[in-house]
Design a binder for this molecule. Structure first.
Ligand code: MD3
Ligand code: FE
Length: 205
């Protein structure tokens, strides 16, 4: 019996197939306006294997010179991020349990050989707000630990339609994606996985 770290709430199968397909259609429209870009590590400039876009007033970006941050515009096109589709805002209202609206929805696209190393999300000013994650497409092996590096971790297979809420003590937990299981979902019509990460960035005034 493995239990999730304190503050992690998971809602396996929260979204039915129609809701998943509607989200994918909305995300495709977002990515048409704000194309996926390849983020690079600060200082080294080493490209990450995940590709990203955002919607909402702020988006998470990174480059060699300025590092990880949120900004209102796409790093390549210079355009404002597309508005967050109502279908995505509705997920925050349903699952986040936080009275202020989300400001950023990061769209991560994982091709079959993509991984994301263990890291903390700490580029936001508001750690009181939870982070909400939605999985679409192929399954992945997700790993979450405590708020210090090197502690014990718990692995979880995330499937299309699963929602995770990371709040409270888990807000600064180390987490990452160890692998994608290509061909485990038919949702995207191509192998791979999409994760939506909804966040509050600024402290509510
Ligand atoms: C646990 N994305 O974009 S989402 C990220 O599947 C990120 O794309 C992963 O980590 C993905 O930063 C994981 C689940 C998640 C998001 C934020 C967390 C788990 C978290 C913050 C604290 C603890
Ligand atoms: Fe993260």
């Amino acid at each position: 019996m493995t239990s999730l770290p304190e503050g992690v709430r998971d809602f396996p199968g929260a979204l039915d197939p129609d809701a998943q397909a509607a989200l994918v259609a909305d995300i495709r429209a977002v990515v048409e306006k704000a194309p996926l870009f390849t983020p690079v590590m600060p200082r080294t400039g080493k490209p990450m294997s995940v590709r990203m876009s955002n919607c909402g007033p702020l988006g998470w970006v990174t480059d060699k010179q300025n590092g990880y941050r949120y900004q209102p515009t796409h790093p390549v096109t210079g355009e404002a991020w597309p508005a967050m589709p109502p279908s995505i805002v509705a997920l925050w209202d349903r699952f986040a349990g936080y009275e202020h609206p989300p400001e950023a929805c990061l769209v991560n696209f994982y091709a079959p050989d993509t991984r994301m190393g263990l890291h903390q999300d700490r580029d936001e000013a508001d750690f009181d707000a939870p982070v909400l994650s939605v999985s679409l497409g192929d399954d992945c092996l997700f790993r979450v630990g405590g708020s210090t590096r090197g502690g014990k971790t718990v692995s979880l297979r995330l499937q299309s339609g699963d929602v995770l809420v990371l709040g409270g003590a888990s807000r600064l937990a180390y987490h990452g994606v160890d692998r994608i299981y290509p061909g485990t979902s038919m949702l995207l019509k191509q192998p791979g996985r999409i994760n939506l990460t909804l966040r509050r960035v600024t402290k509510p005034s």
